[in-house]
Design a protein around this ligand. Structure first.
Ligand code: CP
Ligand code: NVA
Length: 332
């Protein structure tokens, strides 16, 4: 099906129909094949895209930059201290300035209200590159990767998310799964569940799509029969480090390890993570955690992360192809 997304922003998955999301996934697959086959055609020559980051990034920044360059567009990166926004200039004013110079703006930051404000006042498409409450471009890469790893239709896939189910990844996976009619089991302690308003919204989307999004505190029940197990960091960017101790205690039973992978009863279950991940103590943060809490892995063990079941680097690559689909569909 051909849909017209020209001029649209990507602020939240809630703003898209399932047909529009499938259209972007199909386009991402075509663009990936074109790049691999050496027959990619540039549709964004002469376009300028601003990349605004209030929080750091590897994949999202690289994904937008490479996607833009492949398609003939130019980018300007403004990092956490690289512009006046939020310090001496409001988001609303920044939106109206950048909108006069750029054809589109990517924003990663804290408040969802800020990306919505940019979208309202920029006059050009605005893309949400992660906020405290959502990460829509990541979900496209994840569902694209799932499609590559199974013969099943998305609506026949069952997957589990383990961890802080109030965070941006859990919420966006829930919205995406609900929209696309998937079966998502979220394994999380009751104290880390999203608010009732959000849950009501998910239930409503599921009524229309046939999707199933369920929460359980029982880790083994969450992963039963899962085609994919997904997890994310236990403390997200911007959260206070003083919460580490309490979060580790709460989420330890939800760690993705060999026993949890086996508990699916499915020998073909794949492991997914948006990254970055605490799977060993080889980073500065990993060493600090080991010194302080005596653990060398958190949400996933190194053995699962490095196992053949792990498709985390396919997800990472697909960030670029799916971001490219968004750029081509909205600006091309
Ligand atoms: N998954 C993700 O958004 O990674 P970055 O923080 O590196 O962009
Ligand atoms: N929940 C994580 C996702 C990183 C891609 C964070 O916000 O830090």
């Amino acid at each position: 099906m051909s849909l017209n997304l020209h001029g649209r922003s990507v602020l939240a998955l809630e703003d898209f129909t399932s047909a529009e999301l499938r259209f972007l996934l199909d386009l991402a697959k075509e663009l990936k094949a074109a790049k691999r086959g050496g027959f990619e055609r540039q549709k964004l020559t002469g376009k300028n895209i601003a990349l605004l980051f209030e929080k750091d990034s590897t994949r999202t920044r690289a994904g937008f930059e490479v996607a833009a360059y492949d398609q003939g567009a130019h980018v300007t990166y403004m990092g956490p201290s690289g512009s006046h926004m939020g310090q001496s200039e409001t988001v609303k004013d920044t939106a109206r300035v950048l909108g006069r110079m750029y054809d589109a703006i990517e924003f990663r930051g804290f408040a969802q209200a800020d990306v919505e404000m940019l979208g309202r006042y920029a006059g050009v498409p605005v893309y949400n590159g992660l906020t405290d409450s959502s990460h829509p471009t990541q979900i496209l890469a994840d569902f694209m990767t799932m499609r590559e790893c199974t013969h099943k239709h998305l609506s026949d896939i069952r997957f589990a998310f383990m961890g802080d189910s109030r965070n941006n990844m859990a919420r966006s996976l829930a919205v995406g799964a609900a929209k696309l009619g998937m079966d998502l089991r979220i394994g999380a302690p009751a104290s880390l569940r999203p608010d009732e308003k959000f849950l009501g919204g998910i239930a409503k989307i599921c009524e229309e799509s046939g999707g199933r999004v369920k929460f359980t505190a029982d880790a083994n029940a969450a992963v039963d029969g899962a085609d994919f197990i997904y997890t994310d960091v236990w403390l997200s960017m911007g959260e206070d480090a003083s919460h580490w101790g309490e979060r580790i205690e709460l989420l330890r039973p939800y760690q993705v390890n060999a026993a949890l992978m086996a508990a699916t009863g499915n020998p073909f279950t794949k492991f997914m993570h948006c990254l970055p991940s605490f799977h060993n103590a080889d980073t500065k943060m990993g060493k600090d955690m080991k010194d302080k809490f005596g653990i060398d892995a958190m949400e996933v063990t190194d053995a699962v992360f490095e196992s053949p079941a792990s498709i985390v680097f396919d997800q990472a690559e697909n960030r670029m192809h799916s971001i490219k689909a968004i750029l081509v569909a909205t600006l091309g």
